[in-house]
Design a protein around this ligand. Structure first.
Ligand code: G3P
Ligand code: CA
Length: 389
């Protein structure tokens, strides 16, 4: 494919507050990769030789290129790579027989054609996942062989009608298939393909006897992505999942943060009184820096919006997180008006593109280290603009 951004941003080293222009973005650069590997299984945490050889700002292909293809398909990942995304995201959930597959959540009603399969009609059910009642079909009720009879489709056809052209084209990929694809593409390009891998609903799945972290760590070891300098970043909204992973592999880790007032589900489950608001204070950031190398906050934690949806003043989160040596990879930038801050919307069609470059510029100006985007080509051009300033 030739849909590739014309320019790539520069590289610089990020050490805490972010600074000098040299070869690589670094996370907690102390010790060596060998030391970090040794630490894995004991206390591999911040400062254990993690070093991300990625451009900054780093462009993360959110669920691949979900602005252009049905999310979490090999087609979506391939296009992200061809566009030049620096790192490509997978969200992971398990099947009934314990295989890890790439879906944003275990409810596959909206992203597959499962409703069109009469043989699975009786599997439709209502479950409570992380406190929310959901009715539909769920990956944990399907074997991998059954799941492989389904086809992926566009999640939000009302917003992204063009993407429905690709409905039915791809299967639900396993994470192992993605690892093989990444290895193959890496060899072809003589350059590693970076992956950004999230454990979804880890407490919920552990309760079903389908813990995510152990099979994930096993795959990372099998494919040589378990080291501090492996081309892969692990992420979770549940700090305990990130901590568990830190004991299994040395691969770099990011703690995801939902909006102000929210609470990680593992905190709810264990009665931990802290909220996201506590985690973004200096003590919370210091705590996360003891086992992770960065955070993935919502964009609203970087620049809150007012009641009309316009951006206000940036918070101190970038400065405070950098002070603890944490990088920031906020989520998610999308080009359509409906997803943009109000001042960047153009015209009256909610699904038309607005001034996405203006919004990217506002977010990059805060000093963030990277960004998740459904439109990696736009993000790359915006990052190049920013790096050229
Ligand atoms: O993982 C970063 C971003 O993808 C978090 O949001 O809900 O799209 O997984 P979500
Ligand atoms: Ca995600």
């Amino acid at each position: 494919m030739s849909e590739r951004a014309q320019a790539a941003p520069g590289r610089r080293t990020v050490m805490g507050a972010g600074a000098a222009v040299v070869g690589a973005a670094a996370l907690g650069v102390t010790g060596t990769a060998r030391a970090a590997e040794k630490n894995a299984g004991t206390s591999a945490g911040h400062g254990a030789g993690h070093r991300l050889d990625l451009p900054v700002p780093t462009v993360i292909g959110h669920r691949g290129t979900s602005g252009y293809r049905p999310e979490h398909t090999l087609g979506s990942y391939q296009l992200a790579l061809d566009m030049g995304a620096h790192i490509i995201e997978q969200d992971l959930v398990p099947t009934r027989d314990g295989h890890l597959v790439c879906r944003h959540e275990n409810d596959i009603t909206a992203t597959t054609d499962v409703a069109d399969h009469p043989e699975f009609a009786s599997r439709r059910t209502t479950k409570t996942v992380d406190g929310t009642a959901l009715t539909g079909w769920f990956t944990e009720d399907f074997t991998l062989a059954e799941l492989k009879t389904l086809r992926a489709k566009e999640r939000i056809p009302g917003n992204r009608q063009k993407n429905t052209l690709y409905d039915g084209r791809w299967e639900v990929p396993t994470f192992e298939e993605v690892l093989r694809w990444a290895d193959r593409e890496g060899r072809r390009r003589s350059k590693p393909v970076w992956l950004y891998v999230e454990t979804k609903h880890p407490t919920y799945f552990r309760g079903l006897g389908l813990g995510l972290e152990e099979p994930l760590a096993k795959l990372l070891r099998r494919y040589g992505r378990h080291r501090a300098q492996s081309p892969l970043i692990l992420q979770s909204f549940e700090p305990s999942s990130v901590q568990r992973l830190s004991k299994l592999v040395a691969t770099p880790r990011i703690v995801l943060l939902s909006g102000a007032g929210s609470k990680p589900w593992d905190f709810v489950a264990t009665g931990d009184p802290r909220t996201t608001d506590d985690l973004i204070r200096p003590a919370g950031l210091k705590w996360m820096a003891s086992y992770a190398q960065g955070i993935g906050p919502t964009l609203d934690l970087i620049i809150p919006k007012d009641a009309s949806g316009r951006l206000t003043e940036p918070t101190t989160l970038v400065r405070d997180a950098h002070a603890e040596g944490l990088v920031l990879h906020p989520y998610t930038m999308r080009n359509e008006n409906t997803f943009l801050p109000a001042e960047f919307r153009r015209g009256t069609d909610p699904n038309a593109y607005g001034d996405a470059f203006g919004a990217f510029a506002a977010y990059f100006a805060t000093g963030i280290d990277g960004i998740f985007s459904d439109n990696p080509d736009t993000a790359l051009l915006a990052a190049a603009d920013f790096a050229g300033k």
